[in-house]
Design a protein around this ligand. Structure first.
Ligand code: ADP
Ligand code: MG
Length: 239
């Protein structure tokens, strides 16, 4: 299941400070889009507005042609995976993965079925009875992704999900995320400050800087034809 995302003229202020200004962006159903930019440029804020964790100060957001920025997070059809994983320490892996579904009143058998299916996809079926403290970083990461998968969202939102992994595991998980995208065909937005992650994962990269979008393009377009000096410097190509 996947759906297009339409971000129109979105603005965000914290106090007197404008952190995002008149952002517009169309994401096709099934597309893997990466928000790339330096720390503080507003990537997480924009993602959190899609997720419903931050209010907009202007503009609209549609998912699959339906306006969602006025809906509560649980009703939007999107699922977010956090950098910190945000697992509940007192719950098992299975309980962590099913918790969001329990909250919306889904029947126990349906939850179990979805959790089992997601655990199979992520190859963590043998860990379902463990607590997070007994998991490696990579395994916790999978559980966090599993918790999103069981919601069967129309779009996945990832906020720097690989940042807490060591280099080797990061590379492997990157590959697995690409495979997951191919398998599920879902729309994915992936936030990172890491150029390599962006280049290897994205159908299109949205380069952000100073409250605005600097450039939108395929990795090859961004690499070969950076639109601004900033983009050229940030993706590390000779201008
Ligand atoms: P990024 O994810 O690209 O590092 P953020 O979206 O987290 O950037 O932050 C964008 C800007 O908004 C930064 O200047 C940050 O300090 C500011 N900011 C983010 N969240 C808040 C908040 N809750 N209150 C005030 N300022 C915030
Ligand atoms: Mg961030």
């Amino acid at each position: 299941m996947s759906a297009s995302i339409e971000i129109r003229n979105v603005t965000k202020r914290y106090g007197g400070l404008t952190v995002l200004e008149d952002i517009s962006l169309s994401i096709a159903a099934g597309e893997f889009v990466v928000f790339l930019g330096p720390s503080g440029c507003g990537k997480s804020t924009l993602l959190r507005m899609v997720a419903g964790l931050e209010a907009l100060d202007g503009g609209t957001i549609d998912l699959g042609g339906t306006r969602i920025d006025t809906l509560p997070p649980g009703k939007r059809g999107v699922a977010m995976v956090f950098q910190s994983y945000a697992l509940y320490p007192h719950m098992t892996v299975a309980q962590n993965m099913g918790f969001g579904l329990e909250n919306i009143g889904m029947a126990r058998e349906d939850i179990a079925r979805r959790v089992t299916a997601a655990a199979d996809v992520l190859e963590i079926a043998h860990l379902l009875d463990r607590k997070p403290a007994k998991l490696s970083g990579g395994q916790r990461q999978r559980v966090a992704i599993g918790r999103a998968i069981v919601k069967e969202p129309k779009a996945f939102l990832f906020d720097e999900p690989l940042s807490n992994l060591d280099a080797a595991l990061r590379g492997r998980t990157r590959l697995e995320l690409a495979q997951l995208h191919a398998r599920l065909g879902s729309t994915m937005i992936f936030v990172t400050h890491d150029q390599v992650e962006a280049m290897t994962l994205a159908d299109r990269i949205v380069v952000m800087h100073n409250r605005r979008i600097e450039q939108i393009g395929t990795p090859m377009e961004i690499y070969r034809r950076p639109a601004t000096r900033f983009v050229a410097g940030f993706v590390g190509t000779p201008a």
